[in-house]
Design a protein around this ligand. Structure first.
Ligand code: SF4
Ligand code: SF4
Ligand code: SF4
Length: 298
């Protein structure tokens, strides 16, 4: 039996037991999609549906964001998490969106997931499909928080060049930088998939859903796209858990991680090393302030 199949069996067993004993009311994991790819998020409440859970090379979708649908209920929830998902869960706990006591977190070490978008390009030859970009740059393959771990921790040395493309852009002239971001944001159709997939975008009341005042128009003007991404970027400072989900789900291939990584790089430079969503006790920069903090913009 392959490692994936063994973990799938374990997932089903754990989920079935938790639902049968009513230790939890729901389980969030992954299930097979309409084809052999892509594996999709799956939320179950019936123990019989535990058989639909699956862990395979395409179980890349983030699970943390689905906890937002549960914040107004009282039942406990079991959630399967990879490293990236576990940082998203911590983000939600730290933002008071869900209580840690309501969660049974089941971690699964992850050596990388394949990019489902490459399937068609590779004409379905599964062995040739590369890892998704976010997995190539992953630094937390093992979950950072869990109650139970399925499988053995993986030991993968992270790449040390993930900020190189940011450094390259920093070295460009303002006009060259503007061109890059203008081209990127011109492609955006403002579908809000990036916002909806993001565990750090967890406000109940999002300003982009309002028309009074209307911060961005419904039309696809570049200026409105720029405003949308600028506002979202400001809200992500010190809070982005670098899960890569926003960029992965974007139907227009907008390189959103360029913005997120720039914010992360600057926060690290200005406030010291900080990885959002890794340590629940670590206080996020820009969330707390002292009255004697410098206010250079005055
Ligand atoms: S980012 Fe890391 S933890 Fe998340 S799916 Fe990719 S390799 Fe796994
Ligand atoms: S997912 Fe892509 S196209 Fe949709 S709003 Fe975000 S950047 Fe724009
Ligand atoms: S901005 Fe993107 S990378 Fe950052 S937490 Fe949100 S979805 Fe993840």
């Amino acid at each position: 039996m392959s490692t994936n199949d063994a973990i799938t069996q374990e997932m089903r067993k754990v989920a079935r037991e938790l639902l049968e004993t009513k230790a939890v009311g729901k389980v969030i994991g992954w299930g097979v999609g309409s084809k052999w790819h892509p594996t999709q998020p799956l939320i179950i409440s019936d123990p019989a549906d535990a058989e639909k859970l699956v862990w395979d090379d395409f179980a890349i979708a983030g699970t943390a964001t689905y906890l937002l649908n549960e914040r107004d209920h009282e039942h406990k929830i079991a959630i399967f998490v990879k490293g990236c998902d576990s940082r998203g869960v911590n983000r939600l706990i730290q933002d008071y969106q869900i209580e840690r006591e309501r969660l049974v977190i089941i971690g699964i070490p992850c050596s990388g997931k394949k990019d489902p978008r490459m399937v068609q390009q590779q004409r379905g030859k599964q062995g040739d499909i590369p890892l998704d970009k976010k997995c190539q740059e992953c630094r937390y393959h093992n979950p950072v928080v869990y109650d139970q771990l399925l499988g053995e921790p993986v030991d993968i040395t992270p790449r040390d060049d993930r900020m190189q493309e940011i450094i390259d852009i920093e070295n460009l002239t303002p006009d060259e930088k503007y061109k890059i971001f203008t081209e990127a944001f011109s492609k955006c159709i403002r579908c809000f998939a990036c916002r909806n997939a993001c565990p750090a975008c967890n406000c109940r009341d999002c300003i982009f859903d309002h028309t009074r005042p209307q911060w961005v128009d419904k039309s696809n003007e570049l200026a409105d796209n720029q405003m949308y991404h600028l506002i979202r970027a400001i809200h992500m400072i010190g809070r982005c858990v670098e899960c890569g989900e926003c960029e992965r789900v974007c139907p227009q291939d907008v390189p959103l991680m360029l913005i997120n990584k720039k914010l992360i790089k600057d926060v690290n430079q200005l406030f010291g090393p900080y990885d959002a969503g890794v340590d629940l006790e670590a206080r996020p920069p820009l969330v707390y302030y002292k009255t004697e903090d410098p206010e250079e913009f005055h």
